[in-house]
Design a protein around this ligand. Structure first.
Ligand SMILES: *[C@@H]1O[C@H](CO)[C@@H](O)[C@H](O)[C@H]1NC(C)=O
Ligand SMILES: *[C@@H]1O[C@H](CO)[C@@H](O)[C@H](O)[C@H]1NC(C)=O
Ligand SMILES: *[C@@H]1O[C@H](CO)[C@@H](O)[C@H](O)[C@H]1NC(C)=O
Ligand SMILES: *[C@@H]1O[C@H](CO)[C@@H](O)[C@H](O)[C@H]1NC(C)=O
Length: 748
């Protein structure tokens, strides 16, 4: 729960406010003059992860002022206390009223500990990750860990004598950083060269984003604005082609955040080679080796040592025999349940429009750069059902018959877009950390401590396929709206919650098993991710103002120690992969440094402004609600068409539209508008729309008058919303009317 004030111009709420109690909000108010009568309270709607319930409440400070002036100091206070109690009661009653459908987040009880690993294992995890090159960062390691030796870091260049301030670690008595023993870096000045300034240049193959620098310019905790961050991301990445204006030279130099690793190995500093590995003597270790760590109640520590594979060899790009590194496959994963709609369609189009898929070349040169792939995982039935044996065949038959999916089955896309059947049993068995034990869990559907139990079968069959998963036939009695039978979401109240919970787990499984980056299905890519692929650490992003993770974008290294930690810990915590819970796992184990929490600006630039932050200097476009993407307010709706794709959070890597599954991107042309090549799908979709309209008209008792084939074309709205402009932009690329954002024309 957080309180944000309404009328405070020019204020920047950069503090992190995870447990901002009403009390502190009241205290803070006492600094002001006359306060506004109402304050907005935004409540997390648990379950609906990324949307919030906003309530306007009487401002206690204003009431205090008023009661004191009206009733005198003493009686005024009593009146206020009574009023405040009433307010708290109302708040809770409302929260309950609106939250019963969803899981309730236990924010008021204090979260019980989740930790199951001893300190020596936490040391092993850190050492493994640093030695494998998964920590290309100069940030210091957590003091609470009690690491006393310095780890050699192959992903970091050796320290130069005179370091810019930003690289200087904050020095405390227990501060430990890693020692760079990796290749030197060359920071790039990326600009398009005249006369080729119409489109930005593709990123340099093998280039890497220095996320330490990105954090420095973008960290919300350091009061950095999303707007400024996007400017740095644009300029440093050369996305401001042809539009660069002169600014302070030194500043521009500071904004270079993209580097290449040079192909020269630094002679290892032998004085540093003595103390890698987990044999770490700490002052803490002499007393209680686990002091300061709070174990989860009611379970035993995991028996050390934690089972980890060999550390991975860090292989800088220039030393690779070919551009793609098998240890770090470039796969975007997405998870989808239910009928294929315009949402995954747009995600796939945004992938083709932005990423280096090489579709502008008749023959792709595998040696030029590493080509990313998109794996769309389809969960065939309701989340709790076991797929039937013909599931794969059925899946392709369905995709083929879906106007939104069929275009991506075109042979031209076969090397970059693949549809995969999600089989929960097979996936869980594929994670070594879970394979032996997941069947013993109470339920697979746990979110933030709230377990949704799938009704047990009458005859408990503990076979591989049925354990924990209910069989389709037994649900035949269940009614259509049963949450166990939901696939896809038709509105904000009847959305498919089990699939959301399953997808919370699926993202960790996919990244751990296959490597790559997971994207939520309500994500659109906005620029090439080359430089993020180059950065070898794991990452997710920040939960708006909270110092917690949002896993709508998640990168884990394949088979990493961090992954092992997460699965073992989750197993002991009822397989809860809700991002808030994962945040607790990592925080309590002092492993947050290993999963970099990137700023919202990179992937979800509108989040802070929709939550009343940074409204004094919002990014472009300015959204006060995620719905603005679909229904752009009239006053601002000249922007989408006038600015187009370039005016949409330029510099960010992706945009996250936060659910809205039920909103069409383009109400007037709600079909895949891809030209003659895909005309069959378009006609099928338009026939469906007409049939639905007719059915609706008949149901309302109206008589169908006109049946003009093209009547729906005439209903195009005067102003185009942002969602519509993006859809039509991507589609015109497929139709061959414009090139990608980097100026490459699709070659069939
Ligand atoms: C980098 O060095 C490795 C080994 O030292 C060599 O095999 C490789 O060809 C070099 N790459 C480039 C781009 O110079
Ligand atoms: C799902 O996985 C299980 C276990 O690997 C396997 O027995 C089953 O046949 C799979 N189902 C489908 C439809 O592939
Ligand atoms: C589901 O249950 C029916 C009858 O109870 C059985 O015939 C069928 O094989 C089961 N299917 C699966 C996938 O377990
Ligand atoms: C599940 O829902 C679909 C439509 O959404 C309905 O046709 C089907 O009968 C339902 N199945 C069960 C078992 O309730």
């Amino acid at each position: 729960m957080s309180f944000s004030k309404r009328q405070r111009s020019g204020s920047y709420k950069g503090r992190s406010l995870p447990h901002y109690s009403s009390q502190s909000a009241v205290q803070e108010k006492f600094h002001g003059r006359i306060s506004p009568w109402f304050i907005s309270v935004s409540l997390a709607i648990p379950g609906l992860r990324t949307r919030r319930l906003r309530l306007w409440l009487l401002n206690p400070r204003r009431m205090h002022q008023c009661t004191v002036s009206r009733f005198g100091r003493k009686r005024g206070f009593a009146v206020l206390v009574f009023a405040f109690a009433a307010l708290v009661f109302t708040t809770f009653a409302l929260a309950k009223r609106f939250a019963t459908e969803e899981k309730t987040w236990p924010a008021f009880t204090g979260d019980p500990p989740t930790l199951v690993f001893r300190r020596e294992d936490l040391h092993r995890i850190w050492s493994w990750e640093v030695a494998s090159g998964h920590y290309p960062s100069r940030r210091s390691l957590p003091e609470q860990l009690g690491l006393r030796s310095v780890l050699n870091n192959p992903a970091l260049p050796p320290r130069r004598t005179a370091l810019p301030t930003r690289f200087r670690a904050p020095s405390g008595p227990n501060t430990v950083t890693t020692r760079g023993v990796g290749p030197k870096r060359a920071y790039l000045d990326i600009q398009s060269q005249p006369p080729h300034v119409a489109y930005p240049p593709r990123p340099v193959p093998g280039s890497i984003a220095d996320l330490d620098i990105v954090m420095e310019h973008c960290d919300f905790s350091e009061k950095k604005y999303v707007r400024d961050c996007l400017e740095v991301l644009r300029m440093g990445g050369g996305l401001d082609n042809g539009k660069r204006l002169r600014r302070n030279h030194k500043k521009m130099n500071d904004w270079k955040y993209i580097y290449l690793e040079l192909n020269e190995t630094t002679p290892p500093d032998t004085s540093a080679m003595d103390q890698s590995g987990p044999a770490l003597i700490t002052s803490i270790a002499r007393e209680d080796p686990d002091s300061g760590l709070i174990k989860k109640r009611g379970v035993e520590w995991e028996v050390p040592p934690i089972a980890l594979p060999e550390t991975q060899t860090y292989r800088p790009y220039p030393s690779l025999p070919e551009p793609c590194d098998s240890e770090n496959p470039r796969i975007f994963h997405m998870f989808w349940t239910g009928p294929f709609t315009d949402k995954p369609y747009l995600a796939l189009l945004s992938f083709l429009f932005t990423q280096n898929t090489g579709l502008h070349l008749p023959e792709y040169q595998e040696t030029a750069a590493c080509r990313p792939k998109f794996w769309l995982w389809i969960n065939p039935g309701p989340a709790a059902a076991v797929p039937n044996p013909s599931a794969t065949r059925d899946m392709f038959a369905q995709l083929k018959s879906s106007p939104w999916a069929a275009p991506f089955l075109h042979p031209r896309f076969k090397d970059v877009i693949q549809f995969k059947l999600w089989n929960t049993t097979e996936q869980l068995d594929g994670v070594p950390e879970l394979a032996k034990e997941w069947r013993t869990r109470e339920s697979l559907f746990n979110s933030g401590g709230h377990v949704i139990s799938v009704p047990p079968k009458k005859e408990k069959v503990e076979s591989a396929d049925s354990a924990e998963l209910s069989n389709g036939t037994e649900k035949a009695k269940a009614d259509e709206d049963d949450i166990l039978n939901r696939t896809g979401s038709k509105s904000s109240t009847s959305y498919d919650r089990l699939s959301v919970i399953l997808s919370d787990m699926a993202r960790f499984i996919l990244c751990h098993r296959f490597g790559g980056i997971y994207l939520d299905a309500d994500t659109l890519l906005l620029r090439d991710w080359e430089e993020l692929w180059g950065w070898k650490g794991a990452f997710a992003y920040r939960w708006s103002r909270l110092e917690k993770y949002n896993t709508a974008v998640l990168h884990l290294n394949k088979g990493s120690a961090l992954g092992t930690f997460l699965f073992r810990t989750a197993l002991k915590n009822d397989l809860d992969f809700h991002p808030m819970t994962v945040s607790r796992y990592l925080k309590e184990a002092h492993l947050e440094g290993l999963l970099l929490r990137l700023p919202d600006a990179l992937f979800d630039s509108a989040w802070l402004s929709t939550e009343y932050y940074q409204r004094d200097r919002p990014p472009q476009p300015f959204f006060t609600d995620f719905g603005d993407f679909f229904d752009t307010p009239l006053a601002n709706s000249a922007a989408p068409h006038a600015l187009g794709f370039d005016g949409f959070f330029k510099g960010a890597f992706s945009y996250h539209f936060h659910n809205y599954w039920w909103k069409p991107f383009d109400p007037a042309r709600n079909w895949p508008d891809l030209g003659p090549r895909f005309i069959a799908g378009e006609e099928a979709a338009r026939a469906n729309i007409r049939a639905a309209a007719k059915a609706a008209a008949v149901a309302e008792g109206k008589v169908e008058v006109a049946s003009d084939e093209d009547e729906d074309e005439d209903e195009d709205q005067r102003d185009l919303d942002w969602s519509t402009v993006l859809k039509r932009t991507f589609e015109s690329y497929i139709r061959g009317e414009r090139p990608t954002m980097y100026g490459e024309w699709l070659e069939w």
